[in-house]
Unconditional design. Sequence first.
Length: 197
Amino acid sequence: MSEPVGLRERKKWRTRKALIETAYRLFERQGYDGTTIAEIAAAAEVSTATFFNHFATKEDLVLTDDGEHLLQAGLDVLAARGADETAAGLVRRAMLRMLTEAGDGLCDPSAEPERIRLDLIISVPSLRATMLQRAFDAQQRLSAALCRSREGELDEIDAAAIVGAVTGAVFAAAQAALRQGAPLDEAMRRAIDLAAS
């Protein structure tokens, strides 16, 4: 998500970004469970009320609502498919569009905060469970959109298999990149290309 245009929106966006980045630093130093909302707010030099204006919980801070924006970018690509495009090629293009959108916002896979965020999601059981549920929901929506875009050519099972192959490859590559300290964005692009070829 790019920085908003209006002054008020820019200020909100900067505060939100500061809270996220501050929290990630504290989580790295003190652990997720060992960090309180009050500590995050104090370190970001805002009140706890300001924290709650942006996030309902610590979990919401890590699992930001940018996911819906990114998913919509992929759904938009699937809705506007090219005539000669294969189903796998269409999913590849949708996933690359989502990755590009992520690079323009708070979930930029080439930035350090995203590495920390993904590491938290993998290592904190409650975050992992919520993220998996969101991922399954996103896969269903992408599969349904792919099926609609290929009406009469592709059934629900095939659409789910294609989307699942690509999204599964991206998740697995991201985990491997985190373990190796490799660049996330490159690993995700490679996974998309391999799974959608």
